[in-house]
Design a protein around this ligand. Structure first.
Ligand code: NIG
Ligand code: FE
Length: 414
């Protein structure tokens, strides 16, 4: 007989992240991970109804029927939230990697018609089913690493038909909670000569249709010199906001281009990359609700500077980490690598990294009321590992996760 109630009992240690949630993901210390030994979670219809020490289970719940799960020997923490990916694409760009090794820059390759535009060619040609099958395998890869919520961007179609094709593929993916972002403003499509003209078309015809068909939750723009410059995109972002889209921006990755400040001005969910910024931008970000999404795997592949994470965190910014998985600048889905780079090259502490991949990332998607910490009322999205929490984001290639639950349902058992 099946009951809607589930009782996950007696984990050796639960990291609730409740302290991180109280502090809005800012200035995280070890105690903000919310350690609870002999922790148990009562879950009804996929939501956490009670969380505490097993011996303190309220009488009202003791009397209820439930399916029990014994978590003895496990460390439990919120499911990882992967908040910035380009997981739908066709082909690969291994040739560009070698070109960069031979001295050509990412921007030079892009200006020569390669880069994003070479993936655009491949995506336009690709059959829907092939795109879907490849993307589903990538989603499964994330799931096996404990990802319970995944953001995926369009942006390799750059015409209405192919952008809709990408967004429709994203809608069909399953296995984890997925949120989609429209990145039509990723590069200038070959059919256009003017960024302004393209942005006007995106605002006037693409956005209303995407809204009507509920194909995306948010809108993103690649703000960069040689791509979309910040002054030109304000109108477009305003249209997006008026239609009810949330906003996120690729900001100040290769040069100080105004993206971070624009993100704050538009109350964006997040400003992503945030590398070429000075004290003014950092302070403005720290004083805002906009989350800094840091993508160090892209910095590794591009051999460019890492974001000033220490300065941002110390100034009080809420920080998230993500893979930026894409065929050009970050052809990796490895969360451990991202966390490791943050620790080694951005001087982030392990508690900061754990928060950045759970609560911080949930905030970057404005989903912190649903996931990112284990608290009453939130979705029962959690990871079980036999390892100690200190072993997380430590060994690239290690299989850390023993089971993942999304809304209380077993999603991946390895
Ligand atoms: O986040 N910078 C723009 N977008 C991606 C790269 C996409 C690509 O090169 O295909 C990024 O790094
Ligand atoms: Fe990106």
């Amino acid at each position: 007989m099946k009951y809607a109630n589930q009782y996950f009992r007696n984990a050796d240690l639960v990291l609730t992240l409740s302290g991180a949630a109280k502090k809005n993901g800012r200035k995280i210390k070890e105690m903000d991970l919310g350690f609870m030994s002999k922790g148990s979670i009562w879950c009804e219809n996929g939501k956490i109804v009670w969380i505490g020490k097993d011996k303190n289970l309220p009488l009202a719940l003791v009397k209820k029927k439930s399916v029990e799960y014994n978590l003895k020997g496990m460390t439990v923490l919120p499911g990882f939230v992967e908040c910035h990916t380009h997981s739908v694409f066709a082909g690969h760009r291994a040739d560009e990697f070698e070109m960069r090794q031979n001295g050509r820059s990412y921007s030079e390759i892009a200006a020569g018609g390669g880069g994003i535009l070479s993936t655009v060619k491949a995506v336009r040609k690709a059959k829907n089913l092939d795109l879907l099958n490849q993307a589903q395998q990538r989603v499964d890869q994330f799931k096996q690493q404990g990802v319970t919520t995944l953001e995926i961007k369009s942006g390799y179609g750059l015409n209405l038909r192919s952008e809709i094709k990408m967004l429709s593929v994203i809608k069909k993916l399953n296995g984890v909670r997925i949120t989609s972002t429209f990145l039509g403003a990723h590069a200038l499509p070959p059919e256009y000569k003017s960024y302004e003209r393209y942005l006007a078309d995106l605002g006037q015809s693409y956005l209303p249709l995407i809204k009507k068909r509920k194909l995306a939750d948010r809108v993103d723009v690649f703000i960069e010199k040689g791509f979309f410059e910040s002054v030109a995109v304000s109108n477009f972002l305003q249209i997006a906001k008026n239609l009810g889209f949330a906003v996120t921006l690729h900001a100040d990755q290769l040069s100080l281009s105004g993206g971070t400040e624009l993100a704050v001005d538009f109350h964006a969910d997040s400003a992503d990359h945030v590398i070429c910024v000075g004290d003014r931008q950092i302070q403005k970000l720290a004083n805002s609700q906009t989350v800094a999404v840091l993508l160090p795997a892209a910095d590794l592949y591009l051999k460019c500077a890492y974001p000033p994470a220490r300065k941002m965190i110390d100034a009080g910014a809420c920080v998230a980490l993500a893979t930026d998985f894409n065929p050009g600048t970050s052809p990796t889905q490895n969360l451990n690598l991202v966390g490791l780079l943050a620790r080694l090259n951005m001087q982030m502490t392990l508690p900061e990294v754990i928060c950045a991949y759970t609560y911080g990332a949930a905030r970057a998607l404005r989903m912190e009321n649903l996931c990112g910490s284990l608290e009453v009322g939130k979705s029962a999205d959690f990871i079980c590992t036999k390892k100690d929490w200190s072993e997380l984001f430590y060994s690239v290639g290690a299989r850390d996760i023993d089971a993942t639950y999304i809304s209380g349902k077993l999603s991946a058992a390895l």
